[in-house]
Design a protein around this ligand. Structure first.
Ligand SMILES: Nc1ncnc2c1ncn2[C@@H]1O[C@H](COP(=O)(O)OP(=O)(O)O)[C@@H](O)[C@H]1O
Ligand SMILES: Nc1ccn([C@H]2C[C@H](O)[C@@H](COP(=O)(O)OP(=O)(O)O)O2)c(=O)n1
Length: 238
């Protein structure tokens, strides 16, 4: 039996602002396994293309960039660093400049199989190293790891997602800040929906709706699903 056969592989998908990244990191940390942020890979490729002066609408050029992307990404859920070609882009890939362009790269159908395969390879390597992995994105439960023993769709109402992203990016969730966040959340989800299904759970995928849960409750809810599906994944009580 390969080491991966008994590994704790957890796939989490969901729309922007549902809590995928923050909740997945906390779950991975509590379970003592590695973490893979697949959205960061699309963001890093977007940054690289813009840095190289590649027109994001030139599909073939972006596919070529995906093939040779010099990406380094940490797997520690408590210390996430992303660098491309030796440049640390951890913060830069979260800026509005990247958030507003990333869907052009994520909806490039030549790019997706390249990053999906890279994600499968990364998941296997992380699981072999740490005994498991929490991987999150838009198509992990359906395309990247449809055989994962734990597959979760993390959702939240449009209102909750806008409020959270607005508070995160603008430090407030007043009307003006929410209006400024709409493009980043709703338009991007609409564009991304053209290539992935992340609003309705596929067969066998458990939905966790965090609309009325605070952050800690969301982490608990995901851990409860993990425990119920694996039987032996109760978090360390320390
Ligand atoms: N259940 C929750 N309740 C309140 N805030 C949350 C919850 N889950 C996540 N957040 C906060 O909302 C923001 C967006 O979460 P994030 O994990 O980046 O979402 P996603 O990766 O799905 O886009 C972050 O500031 C995060 O701390
Ligand atoms: N597995 C994935 C992960 C992300 N994407 C796309 C969708 C998003 O527009 C970008 C960035 O994803 P990311 O998870 O960082 O975005 P949010 O934090 O949820 O707003 O990449 C994807 O198409 N497939």
């Amino acid at each position: 039996m390969s080491p991966e056969a008994s590994a704790l592989i957890i796939a989490i998908d969901g729309p922007s602002g549902s809590g995928k990244s923050s909740v997945s990191k906390a779950v991975a940390a509590q379970l003592g396994v590695g973490y893979l942020d697949t959205g960061a890979m699309y963001r890093a490729l977007t940054w690289w293309c813009l840095d190289q002066g590649i027109d994001l609408t030139d599909e073939a050029a972006v596919v070529e960039a995906a093939r040779s992307l010099p990406l380094e990404q940490s797997t520690d859920p408590t210390d996430q660093r992303v660098s491309v070609g030796g440049t640390d882009v951890t913060d830069e890939i979260r800026t509005t400049a990247i958030s507003s362009e990333v869907s052009k790269v994520a909806t490039n159908t030549g790019v997706r199989p390249i990053l999906q395969q890279a994600q499968r390879d990364r998941m296997s390597a992380i699981a072999a190293e740490t005994g498991g992995v929490v991987a999150e994105g838009r198509d992990i439960t359906t395309v990247v790891a449809p055989d994962a023993p734990v597959r979760i769709l993390l959702t939240a109402s449009e209102e909750a997602r806008l409020r959270r992203r607005s508070a995160e990016v603008h430090g407030t969730a007043d009307e003006e800040a929410i209006a400024a966040t709409r493009d980043q959340v709703l338009r991007r989800d609409r564009d991304d929906s053209a290539v992935s299904q992340f609003t309705v759970a596929a067969d066998g995928v458990v939905t966790v709706d965090t609309s009325d849960l605070d952050f800690d409750e969301s982490v608990e809810a995901v851990l409860a699903v993990v425990a119920s599906l694996t039987g032996d994944a109760e978090p360390d009580p320390r």
